[in-house]
Ligand binder design. Sequence first.
Ligand SMILES: Cc1cc2nc3c(=O)[nH]c(=O)nc-3n(C[C@H](O)[C@H](O)[C@H](O)COP(=O)(O)OP(=O)(O)OC[C@H]3O[C@@H](n4cnc5c(N)ncnc54)[C@H](O)[C@@H]3O)c2cc1C
Length: 487
Amino acid sequence: MRGERFITSLNDGRMVWLNGMKVTQLDAHPAFRGTLATLRSLFDTLDDPQTRDQAGYRIDGREAYAHSSFLVPYTSEQLAQRSRAFAYWSKQCNGMMSRLSDYARSFITGWYAARQELDRLEPGFAQKITAYYEQVRDNDLFLTTAIIDPQIDRSSGLDDHRIASRFLHVVKETSDGIVVRGAKMIATGAPYTHDFVIFSFLKLEQAHRQHAHVLIVPANSPGLHIVCRQSFASDKEHDAPLSASYDEMDAVLFFDDVLIPWERVLMYGDADKVMSLRAHATANALAFHQNVVRYVAKLEFITGVTFAVAEAIGVSGFLHIQEKLGELLTQIDSIKALVIASEAQAKVDANGVLIPELSYIHTARNIGTKFYPRAVEILQQVGGGGFVQIPSSIEDFYGTISGLMNQYFEGATVSAEKKVQLFKLAWDLVGSPLGSRHELYERFYAGDPVRGYANQYLMFDKESLTAPIWKLIKESAKRGAMHTEIK
Ligand SMILES: Cc1cc2nc3c(=O)[nH]c(=O)nc-3n(C[C@H](O)[C@H](O)[C@H](O)COP(=O)(O)OP(=O)(O)OC[C@H]3O[C@@H](n4cnc5c(N)ncnc54)[C@H](O)[C@@H]3O)c2cc1C
């Protein structure tokens, strides 16, 4: 089964740092064990005849299945197949893992789909991306992105040597490739990724050619250090069921003179070309589509937990609680509707690819930054102090005070033990380190939300809205003048 193959493949000499130590065997470490078990089961869905059509597709009529994030959509059915796969994997982990590789893989699929156009921009690109796309697809490689430069001093830029020397840049060109130095901040899933898709979010000037690149970097590259944040994983399934299985881990990457072979340098040295690749509409539409499809599963999950909490403590009949529960449903429907709209209004682009309509996806990504934090707030408002009245362990149900436990923890509609389990699950959403990380993730994963909204305004065809206003003003002025003449 490919889940096992995936786990074994991670013992490849990568340098993963956690708590000041190098982690030598990821699947034996408590910080990664639970998450890797989740990933193993997701990979296995591609081998299971019951599930493989939900997660994957047959490559060119071959027996083998690949994940549908590799499927280039030329028809609505193929686009729907991609959507189903994103939804399926997300639902399998209750929306609690957002970077299941399908986002980063979609960039590769998009660049591959647009290879002829991109080859005109950078001769040789088509051959490079085709070889890489086939390798990743046929070997189930796990990918993640690392785009943001380290948060050192945001008021300063690349003209400041202190910044330029720490942001990822090329220090040497050789016949084998380029040597890069610097750091990238936050790569979710970094410890168990095979390759990183690396580029900068900055709008670079031509003068900054050393910083202008789009790279594929193997996780076991010599000189690459994967520096993990504190682990939020728990080994107590009963107490923290989400933290036990879904800590997808985030890491900073240090590149201590890492050689990137030319076949993994997708673009380098020309700021405009790099921008054309990293902002390419085909790749962005396919990748951002994954972001919003998976979000539905997450909103459905927190809504389900909130409904259950409201019923368990007998508050679902109160009007203000119903108003809040209704608000959660409007969140789900809003994102679902935007997904449907983006797919229904998908257009065939210059490369013949059917890409989802990006304006709806941008809207979903932007409003989504406010939805999940609000959903967490609603869960807190509904559960009140119930989250902190839960006992430290459900073991107490089987000990000396078992009778008292069953009496005093009883809920309106559920037994004491079930109620305690429910509130532990809910606490993992609203109060655990993993829960806080998810709230932060939804605020920021799509970039700075302030600039996200501003970009939506800047990119919009504003005249389509202002022209009717000026027309109305002109016509009313004309009518006013005629009225005065008649008088
Ligand atoms: C949990 C988590 C996981 C993530 N995973 C990934 C990942 O896998 N891959 C990846 O590439 N990225 C990932 N990100 C990074 C994410 O893309 C960034 O956090 C996001 O782009 C915001 O950038 P920043 O965190 O550097 O914030 P900053 O840009 O430093 O912003 C901090 C504050 O300063 C303000 N600010 C800063 N600069 C400006 C400016 N020039 N103009 C106006 N306001 C400014 C912002 O509005 C914000 O309020 C992840 C983030 C989180 C929280």
